[in-house]
Design a protein around this ligand. Structure first.
Ligand code: ATP
Ligand code: HMH
Length: 263
């Protein structure tokens, strides 16, 4: 039996982020991917042109359809868009006693579109962060969650501490948007670890956060420890960014290797 991963996220029509990036990442790492789609975005490498949130009944039905039939090794949560969708997803996951939840608190696309309504941040904090084994905010998302600017390593540590206090198991504050090395701060509730790799000089970073979080979920589905899953995800995302390419006319995607272990 292949390990199984579920992504609960939005669809990105150009395939570099969202559900599409998650399923490609699962496949590349040897995990069977499944999805519960929360919203559909019309999106390309230049921006998001339209968004439709799906009805909460069909979102819940997708989650129920999977959990009533299939054993899910890990869940990655991405774009949720609204308070109602957050509540639906939280209730669905609780009712099926979902485990190994990786929460990427997606808020704004690289092109600047809101993928989460600003008024839904409170619901994210109260309903979903407490269910997460790990939460992976970027600097902007961390700032929205904690209410102060997060723009250096000291503040990343403080933000990680506060997000952990909201009920998350581990917190990874991603330093992708800082300058210098690509260094993320990992907090397990006791100690801080710095996860550092070279920064790749490229503009093709569409979907880096989605790819990184679904790679962590893939590791958990494969029964790796959380530490090991985070470390492999960092290797995977660095390699995927190194091989990012100029699809379209804007910010191109990272490359989701068909078979990471053979590349
Ligand atoms: N240019 C780069 N070179 C190497 N690693 C990078 C680069 N940019 C981001 N990373 C790494 O990629 C991972 C994702 O971080 P990032 O901050 O880009 O996520 P994000 O902003 O949530 O992405 P998204 O736009 O998909 O929401 C982190 O491990 C980060 O350190
Ligand atoms: C659907 C979707 N989810 C996440 C992201 C990441 O920003 C995106 N661009 N689109």
């Amino acid at each position: 039996m292949l390990p199984t991963g579920l992504t609960i996220a939005g669809s990105d029509s150009c395939g570099g982020a969202g559900i599409q990036a998650d399923i490609k990442t699962f496949s590349a790492l040897g995990v069977y991917g499944m999805s519960a789609i929360t919203a559909i975005t019309a999106q390309n490498t230049q921006g998001v042109t339209d968004i439709r949130e799906l009805d909460t009944a069909i979102i819940r039905a997708q989650i129920d359809a999977i959990y009533t039939d299939i054993s899910v090794g890990a869940v990655k949560i991405g774009m949720l868009s609204s308070t109602e969708i957050i509540q639906t997803v939280a209730e669905g996951l609780k009712s099926h006693q979902a485990h190994n939840i990786v929460l990427d608190p997606v808020m704004i696309s690289k092109s600047g579109s809101h993928l989460l309504r600003p008024d839904a941040v409170t619901a994210l904090k109260s309903h979903l962060i407490p269910l997460a084994r790990v939460v992976t905010p970027n600097l902007h998302e961390a700032a929205e969650l904690v209410g102060f600017a997060v723009d250096d390593y000291k503040k990343m540590e403080e933000a990680a501490r506060r997000i952990h206090a909201m009920g998350a198991g581990h917190v990874v504050v991603k330093g992708g948007h800082l300058s210098g090395a690509a260094c993320d701060v990992v907090f397990d509730g006791y100690t801080f670890n710095y996860l550092e790799n070279e920064r790749i000089d490229t503009k093709h970073t569409h979907g880096t956060g989605c790819t990184f979080s679904s790679a962590i979920a893939a590791g958990l589905a494969q029964k790796m420890s959380l530490d090991e899953s985070i470390r492999r995800a960092k290797v995977f995302i660095t390699m995927a960014i190194r091989h990012g390419f100029d699809l379209g006319h804007g910010v191109g995607p990272t490359h989701h290797f068909y078979d990471f272990y053979r590349s």
